[in-house]
Write a protein that binds this ligand. Structure first.
Ligand SMILES: [Ca+2]
Ligand SMILES: [Ca+2]
Length: 130
């Protein structure tokens, strides 16, 4: 039985899969540079806001390794630098999601990023739905 139920989502999101997702979706990096599009434009794949938030929360839990309730840039780097990401690129992605420039990504910011950047959502969401 290989069906991926909700209980099995987290183990599916390993570093290699995450990296593959980012590589497969170069628009992820572009999306973060462009001005946020309308929320409704992001809904074109039929996902409800609730579904988007659920995916964002899964990713958040995975990246917040010290369970502090915020994602620090060091946590994002721990995940991505280990897989040969460039420092500058990780920081660019991080800054793009840290909307209030607090230096940390909170759960709401990640949710907002997922709503505003469909490519970010599809890149990561695809992995945990697979
Ligand atoms: Ca943390
Ligand atoms: Ca922030």
């Amino acid at each position: 039985m290989a069906s991926a139920t909700v209980a099995h989502l987290a183990p599916l999101l390993d570093t290699q899969e995450l990296r593959s997702a980012f590589v497969k979706f170069p628009t992820l990096c572009k999306a973060i540079e462009v001005k946020p599009r309308s929320v409704w434009a992001a809904m074109d794949d039929g996902a409800t806001e609730e579904e988007i938030f659920a995916v964002a929360d899964q990713v958040f839990t995975m990246v917040d390794t010290d369970k502090s309730g915020d994602i620090q840039v060091s946590e994002l780097k721990a995940l991505l630098l280990a897989d040969d990401w460039e420092d500058a690129l990780v920081e660019k992605v991080f800054t793009g999601i840290d909307f209030d420039d607090s230096g940390e990504i909170d759960r709401d910011e990640l949710r907002t990023a997922f709503v505003k950047h469909p490519s970010l959502r599809s890149a990561l969401g695809k992995q945990i739905k697979a």
